[in-house]
Design a protein around this ligand. Structure first.
Ligand code: AMP
Ligand code: MG
Length: 210
C-alpha cells in the first residue's frame, strides 16, 4: 500500500569533510526552502550513532566514535540508518499534505584506524533512499582553518593539508558509488569563504527540482 505522504517526500544526503561548513550551508538551504513553502528537517547521522553509543559508556564524545572497533561502528551505523528512515516515514505519513524535505547530514567516508570506511554502504543508502547526494566542498586551506577555529571538536586525524586533499578526492568517489546504488543525483556545492548563503541557495534551487 503506497502512502500519500511518501509521494511528496524528498530525501537529500549531504556529505563533506569535517570543517567544510556543511551545517552552515544546510541551514541556509533550509531557510530558503522554508521560504518557498517546504517543510524541512535536518537529521544528523552522528547524533543518532552518538545517542546509541553514549549509553554504552564506550565513548564520551562524538569524535571517539570513529576510533571504536570497526565491527562496533558497523553495527551502530546500521541501527542509526533504520531509526532515521523510520522517523522520516512516520513524519511523512503524519504530514502527508506537506512538501517534506529531509536532509541527512553525514559522511561519504569515515577515516578510521582500519582505513577509509564508507558512511553510505549499500545497505545504509538503500535504507535512507536519498533522491540526491550533495557533496559540500571548500578550499582545503579554508577547511584546515575552520577546523582549527572549532575548539568543540577533536579532529587532529583530519588536520593536515595532504590528508584533507586525499579525503576530499575520495569523498567524491565514495559518494558516486553510493548514489549509483539508489539512482540518486550527485551535486557538488562549493562553499567559498564568506559565501555560505550563496552555496545554500544553489543547493536549495537544485533540491526544488527533484
Ligand atoms: P559529525 O558530527 O558529522 O562529524 O559525526 C560524528 C561522527 O559520527 C563521525 O565522526 C562518525 O564517526 C559518525 N558518523 C556520522 N555519519 C556516519 C555514517 N554515515 N556512517 C558511520 N559513521 C558515521
Ligand atoms: Mg557538522
Amino acid at each position: 500500500m503506497s502512502k500519500v505522504g511518501l509521494e511528496t517526500l524528498r530525501v537529500v544526503v549531504s556529505v563533506g569533510i569535517a570543517g567544510v561548513g556543511k551545517s552552515t550551508v544546510l541551514n541556509h538551504t533550509k531557510k530558503f526552502l522554508e521560504g518557498e513553502g517546504f517543510l524541512v528537517e535536518i537529521l544528523n547521522f552522528g547524533d543518532y550513532m552518538f545517542n546509541y553509543l553514549i549509553k554504552t559508556g564506550l565513548i564520551k564524545n562524538r569524535d571517539e566514535i570513529r576510533k571504536l572497533p570497526l565491527s562496533k561502528q558497523r553495527e551502530i551505523q546500521a541501527l542509526a540508518a533504520k531509526d532515521m528512515r523510520k522517523y522520516i516515514e512516520s513524519l511523512a505519513n503524519e504530514r502527508s499534505n506537506e512538501k517534506l524535505i529531509f536532509f541527512v547530514d553525514t559522511h561519504a567516508l569515515i577515516k578510521t584506524p582500519s582505513g577509509y570506511w564508507p558512511g553510505l554502504p549499500e545497505h545504509v543508502v538503500k535504507e535512507l533512499r536519498p533522491d540526491m547526494i550533495a557533496v559540500i566542498e571548500a578550499d582545503p586551506k579554508e577547511v584546515l582553518a575552520r577546523q582549527a577555529k572549532d575548539v568543540s571538536r577533536v579532529r587532529s586525524d583530519y588536520s593536515d593539508l595532504k590528508i584533507i586533499e586525499e579525503v576530499m578526492g575520495l569523498i567524491r568517489v565514495f559518494a558516486a558509488v553510493s548514489a549509483s546504488y539508489v539512482g540518486a543525483s550527485l551535486i557538488i556545492i562549493y562553499n567559498e569563504e564568506g559565501k555560505a548563503e550563496e552555496a545554500g541557495r544553489s543547493l536549495a534551487e537544485a533540491v526544488k527540482r527533484l
